[in-house]
Design a protein around this ligand. Structure first.
Ligand SMILES: [Zn+2]
Length: 278
């Protein structure tokens, strides 16, 4: 079920929202980034890794949303990480006894909720803010933390392999979904994040978004530009003419147009309340 996208980097694309789990081969086992969504998929992934003789030696969640925080017992119990901010949010959101039931009822689509194992949800340790790389025995994985989409969101750059793991940015199917939960300037946060990714993406040949298709070298800057154009259109309340929304949206992704309408509305309400123009 694994597909190699670069030397020593493999992915599995889930049937749920084209979620990409990323496997990075190290010296004594693999790093697993955003392991997947359905229990059966994670179990099959664990099985494949066992057959390859590759234990999971570390895990990483790119951001504190449920579909990036899952784990399966068959993957073993290595240290699992996120940024400090990501881990703090997760701890806070899972701190009461009803949290998982709320996630199951309110966030996970009903048609798959029975197939999503929540036992090991969010058991991540926060890496201190100054941590430059994931601590593990394998190719260097640089943490590019930025405030867009979710608090403590991190993209990962595997420089040696020319791979950028973008988290929920730079997707060919999902527009940038802003973090509108009380952040002061979500638009500028997102534009700043795109500048950071652009600075990091110089020698990237393979782009792995959290959801959607893997991009080649030609896609890296195209997708950064596409996300930036979308965010600017949102800021200026212009029609974004973005292929990910409207009639050109990929089949199965029509709901993204609704996300766009909702973002437009939320931002209009905020600027009304703040009395700022636009
Ligand atoms: Zn996601």
């Amino acid at each position: 079920m694994l597909r190699q996208v670069a030397d020593g980097v493999l992915i599995h694309e889930s049937e749920f929202c084209q979620s990409n789990a990323v496997v990075v081969q190290g010296r004594a086992g693999v790093l697993l980034i955003d392991p997947g969504v359905l229990g059966s998929e994670m179990a099959a992934l664990a099985n494949d890794l066992r057959e390859l003789g590759q234990p999971v030696v570390a895990g990483f969640s790119t951001h504190p949303h449920w579909d990036h925080l899952l784990w399966h017992a068959d993957l073993g119990a290595p240290p699992r990480y996120g940024t400090a901010r990501c881990a703090a949010i997760v701890r806070d959101r899972l701190s009461d006894a009803g949290a998982k039931a709320r996630i199951a009822a309110g966030l996970i689509p009903p048609d798959i909720v029975e197939q999503v194992p929540l036992d090991l949800l969010g058991l991540i340790a926060g890496l201190p803010a100054e941590t430059a790389q994931i601590p593990w025995d394998g190719p260097g994985v640089r943490i590019i933390e930025h405030q867009a989409h979710a608090p403590g969101h991190a993209a990962l750059l595997i420089e040696e392999r020319g791979v950028l793991v973008a988290g929920d940015m730079l997707s060919d199917v999902l527009i940038p979904m802003l973090d509108l939960n009380g952040t002061a300037d979500p638009i500028e946060d997102c534009l700043a994040a795109l500048r950071l990714l652009e600075d990091a993406a110089g020698d990237v040949d393979v782009l792995v978004p959290g959801h959607g298709s893997i991009g080649g070298a030609d896609q890296v800057h195209a997708r950064i530009d596409q996300d930036r154009a979308y965010v600017r259109a949102l800021r200026d309340a212009h029609d974004p003419s973005d292929p990910r929304i409207g009639p050109s949206a990929k089949s199965g992704w029509e709901w993204v147009s609704g996300v766009h309408a909702w973002q437009l509305q939320s931002l209009a309400r905020t600027s009304e309340r703040d009395g700022t123009p636009g």
